[in-house]
Design a protein around this ligand. Structure first.
Ligand SMILES: [Zn+2]
Ligand SMILES: [Zn+2]
Length: 105
């Protein structure tokens, strides 16, 4: 997938599709290997967690030209990755009460 195609995904609000492209999947494997499968934020805090995700330090939607830039990528565990994306976490929190209400009834 080219940078131009990534820009089109951003424009159409379907950036999730980026994460299924083969070039990204191969690159993210390489980044995890580079980071020894270790969460880099936990590492800086003196803890060890297994890397689960590869994160764009400069957000993909703001800097599509850095999508495949290894200096812009780091391996994170899920909880550190959530901390890097508070906007996603907020959405999730807002959804939760409705979900529980539906379950209860
Ligand atoms: Zn972590
Ligand atoms: Zn991220």
């Amino acid at each position: 997938m080219t940078i131009e195609e990534i820009r089109l995904l951003i424009a159409s609000g379907t950036i999730e599709k980026f994460y299924n492209n083969r070039k990204w999947r191969n690159l993210s494997k390489r980044i995890k290997k580079r980071d020894h499968n270790e969460c880099q934020v936990c590492k800086r805090r003196g803890r060890y967690s297994k890397a689960q995700n590869v994160h764009h330090i400069k957000e993909l939607k703001d800097y599509p030209e850095r999508a495949y830039d290894e200096d812009n990528l780091e391996s994170l565990c899920i909880s550190c990755h959530n901390e890097e994306h508070p906007e996603k976490l907020e959405k999730f929190k807002k959804k939760e009460p409705n979900f529980f209400n539906e379950e209860r009834w």
